[in-house]
Design a protein around this ligand. Structure first.
Ligand code: FES
Ligand code: FES
Length: 160
């Protein structure tokens, strides 16, 4: 089957590649563009480890067609840090031991990033709701929730 050209912005950089018509964005990111932050878990939209932002909105990359992202801005956890400066969410995850095996962490960080971009001062309940589609088998969720609340409370924290 003929491949289709796709041009997108990935974490602020213009990228171009060719994809199969039915190729999931997750495959394109990992195999085609070398961004391994989004993980492959269930592959069917139930675990959240593949969460990315498409034009600022959280999407499951395993269920999103790569061709549908032509001309759009895709952001992954790889783009969170600003050079050597970690994003406040990354700092808070470290401080609260919110990552154990780390498999869920890029998706969690991305879901949290979307939350704080839209709602800089969420309640605990809003944090729980925002990460409700992201499964973590290790932490029991409490450290993750506390880390996101801490990042939200950090003075002058970068939100986006
Ligand atoms: S791999 Fe996409 S939701 Fe599980
Ligand atoms: S830290 Fe292991 S799945 Fe969340």
């Amino acid at each position: 089957m003929a491949k289709l050209p796709v041009q997108l912005r990935l974490n602020g950089a213009d990228r171009a590649t060719f994809v199969d018509p039915a190729e999931p964005l997750l495959t394109t990111l990992r195999r085609g563009l070398g961004d391994f932050a989004p993980k492959y878990g269930c592959g069917q939209g139930t675990c959240g480890v593949c969460t990315v932002l498409v034009d600022g909105e959280p999407q499951l990359a395993c269920l999103t067609l790569a061709v549908a992202c032509d001309g759009r801005h895709v952001e992954t956890a790889s783009g969170l840090a600003d050079g050597p400066d970690m994003h406040p969410l990354q700092t808070a995850f470290m401080a609260h031991f919110a990552a154990q095996c780390g498999f869920c962490t890029p998706g969690m960080l991305t879901a949290a990033r979307a939350l704080l971009a839209h709602n800089p001062h969420p309640t605990r309940e809003e944090v729980v709701e925002a990460i409700s589609g992201n499964i973590c088998r290790c932490t029991g969720y409490e450290p993750i929730i506390l880390a996101i609340l801490a990042a939200a409370a950090a003075p002058g924290a970068r939100r986006a």
